[in-house]
Design a binder for this molecule. Structure first.
Ligand code: SF4
Length: 282
């Protein structure tokens, strides 16, 4: 059996940087407790490892006591939460992905002159909550072109159009083209999409065409891992989404000649290596 690993499998730059910052704090304890606001990564195995090392996860920033360290995850946080943490003398380790930070600052700068933000993204996503908190003059979040079409835009108003970093570039560009092409609207389009997700999906799709079976490794609660499994299945290639090597249906897989492996942006290398070893044992 041949096992082929996608080049883009595993951590993206933002997740890698965030975990490196948390690892540094854990490795050099200074007596102050270490907190994270929500899961630093959507992978239960990694979260358990941090919990075992004493990292405390809370969802409410008010639960972080003064003097404690708090690591801001790659998605970033809202401006209001950041201010309240600073006021309460919490030691902030900002691990917001540089691409998310750039999107926040672009939104802040471009909405400062009175423009309203139109944001293409998932309304409940923490990154979106952070992004819209930088909009100075109100915002509207939409998940599709249809949703935006149902929103009344006023010709007299100035708008800034941006996207959550993980949104699809092609769809965003189509939306931008439609808005700027209207002629009666004043719209500034911001470049905020990160291609890491798209490149990973494109590679998974290509790999799926050349193998008999695909294994996608990553947390079940990781949106980008689930989307990878979906992209592969849409190619018509049989596929299994697993969190760990123990979940591989080995007896079923033994009959395949070529198996492709990819992994979400929040999947640690060690879990990918264990899956590769499990497959190679066949
Ligand atoms: Fe940063 Fe892109 Fe990773 Fe999001 S997907 S954390 S924007 S590198």
């Amino acid at each position: 059996m041949e096992v082929i690993l996608a080049k883009t499998a595993g951590f993206c730059m933002g997740v890698d940087m965030a975990l490196t910052k948390l690892d540094q704090l854990v490795a050099e304890p200074d007596g102050h407790p270490i907190y994270i606001l929500g899961p630093i990564i959507h992978n239960p195995q990694v979260l358990k490892r941090y919990a075992d090392k004493g990292v405390i996860m809370v969802h409410d920033p008010a639960e972080v006591p003064a003097g404690a360290h708090v690591v801001i995850r790659a998605h970033g946080i809202t401006r209001q939460v950041e201010e309240s943490l600073r006021e309460r003398q919490v030691i902030i380790k900002d691990a917001t992905c540089p691409r998310v930070k750039k999107a926040q600052l672009l939104i802040e700068r471009n909405t400062a002159g009175g423009c309203k933000l139109l944001l293409y993204g998932e309304v409940d996503h923490p990154e979106v909550a952070g992004l819209v908190s930088y909009a100075e003059n109100g915002h509207f979040v939409f998940g599709s072109a249809e949703e935006l079409a149902g929103y009344e835009l006023s010709p007299g108003e100035r708008y800034v159009l941006a996207a959550q970093t993980t949104q699809d570039r092609v769809q965003f560009e189509a939306i931008a083209e439609r808005l700027t092409g209207r002629g009666d609207l004043n719209v500034t389009v911001l470049e905020t999409i990160c291609d890491a997700t798209k490149l990973r999906q494109a590679e998974a799709k290509e790999l799926a065409k050349t193998v008999d079976f695909m294994v996608v490794v990553g947390g079940y609660n990781s949106g980008n891992t689930r989307r990878l499994a979906k992209v592969v299945s849409e190619e018509g290639t049989p596929c299994e989404h697993v969190e760990t090597v123990d979940e591989l249906p080995l007896s079923e897989l033994a009959r395949y000649k070529r198996i492709g492996v990819t992994a979400g942006a929040s999947t640690p290398r060690v879990l990918i290596d264990q899956v590769l070893a499990g497959l190679e044992s066949l």
